[in-house]
Design a protein around this ligand. Structure first.
Ligand code: GLV
Ligand code: GLV
Length: 317
């Protein structure tokens, strides 16, 4: 039987597809392991199911000599050194599609939470400040008619655009290629990044994290945004220079931000936790029962297929 390591004690039944098919060792609790430690645990394993918080680097791969497949429990795979895996002939798989809607819905939710000041409003009530209805109390903005810039129209960026288009927003997008079908469906227009930064009322990030997108939004880019513009990120934290963003928000250079992902998770820049015009959530984009259970099922299927020499449902490399 193939030997498998799973880096998280998933809820009962989520990995039941593996029962009787592989010999499983489960990490008893969610903890950060150094590359050396993780490498030790994977030493004699044929396969692994890992989280986006597990960094699978060269050190890990050098120790994991028997490893044939890494089944990443995520769509993003920036946590894995893909080139090193490829060199060793290790198959890497991920779990797209099943989490697209959940993540797109969270994005829309964050936009409304930010522009209608929901967190501030709740705090206002909680602190006993509500002394009566007032015409100009906690005014915000409407999404309808706003220009929204979508950075990256893969699966999630596309679904976010569909939902925002249905709600009356105008969509512009930044992507390496022109998407004809997408444009027809959402009336979106392709623009360059600078144009979007200069003109959009809301900018939402849906690019993968790569060398090229690391700090794509830095001090200079933030300075090009409108003073009233809102920045949303449900992709990967490091696409934004988080400390430059905290400065821009603190100095009122942009209108606000809603962030589900951070550059140094689980750490968050303390300014972002304090500012009124910032909404933060702890990387819960795909955190619905449907998506997270579905991801587990797909991670199992990917793993088993790879071990049995079949083509996995979703193969990265
Ligand atoms: C979540 O961030 C994922 O990549 O699945
Ligand atoms: C008002 O709703 C505005 O969006 O400016």
């Amino acid at each position: 039987m193939h030997k498998i390591y799973v880096t998280y004690p998933f809820p009962d039944g989520w990995l039941s597809l593996l029962n009787g098919k592989v010999e499983i060792e489960v990490q008893p609790k969610n903890q950060f392991l150094s590359s050396n430690e993780l490498g030790e645990r994977l030493k004699n394993k044929d396969g692994a199911i890992v989280l986006l918080s597990d960094k699978i680097d060269k050190t890990v791969l050098n120790k994991a000599k028997n490893l044939k497949v890494i089944s990443n429990y995520a769509v993003g795979h920036d946590n894995i050194d893909i080139n090193e895996a490829k060199k060793r002939g290790i198959i890497v798989t991920n779990t797209p599609d099943i989490l697209t809607n959940a993540t797109a819905e969270l994005t829309v939710c964050l936009i409304f939470t930010l522009i209608r000041r929901i967190i501030e409003s709740r705090e206002f009530l909680r602190l006993g400040k509500f002394t009566g209805w007032e015409p100009d109390l906690l005014l915000g903005y409407e999404l309808k008619g706003k220009l929204v810039g979508i950075l990256g129209v893969g699966r999630i960026g596309t679904e976010v655009s569909r939902k925002l288009h249905a709600l009356g927003a105008e969509i512009v997008y930044y992507d390496s290629s022109k998407k004809k079908e997408f444009e027809k469906e959402t009336e979106a227009k392709k623009k360059d990044l600078k144009w979007i930064l200069n003109n959009a009322d809301i900018i939402s990030i849906h690019l993968p994290l790569t060398k090229d997108t690391h700090h794509l939004i830095d001090e200079k880019e933030l300075s090009l945004m409108k003073e009233t513009a809102f920045l949303i990120n449900t992709g990967r934290g490091s696409i934004i220079n988080e400390s430059a963003l905290a400065d821009a928000l603190r100095l009122g250079k942009i209108g606000g931000a809603a962030l589900d992902v951070f550059e140094h998770e689980p750490g968050v820049n303390p300014h972002l936790l304090r500012l009124k015009n910032v909404v933060v959530t702890p990387h819960i984009g795909s955190a619905t029962y449907r998506a997270r259970k579905g991801m587990a099922e797909i991670a199992c299927k990917n793993l088993l297929a790879a071990l049995e020499g079949e083509e996995p449902l979703y193969r990265v490399v």
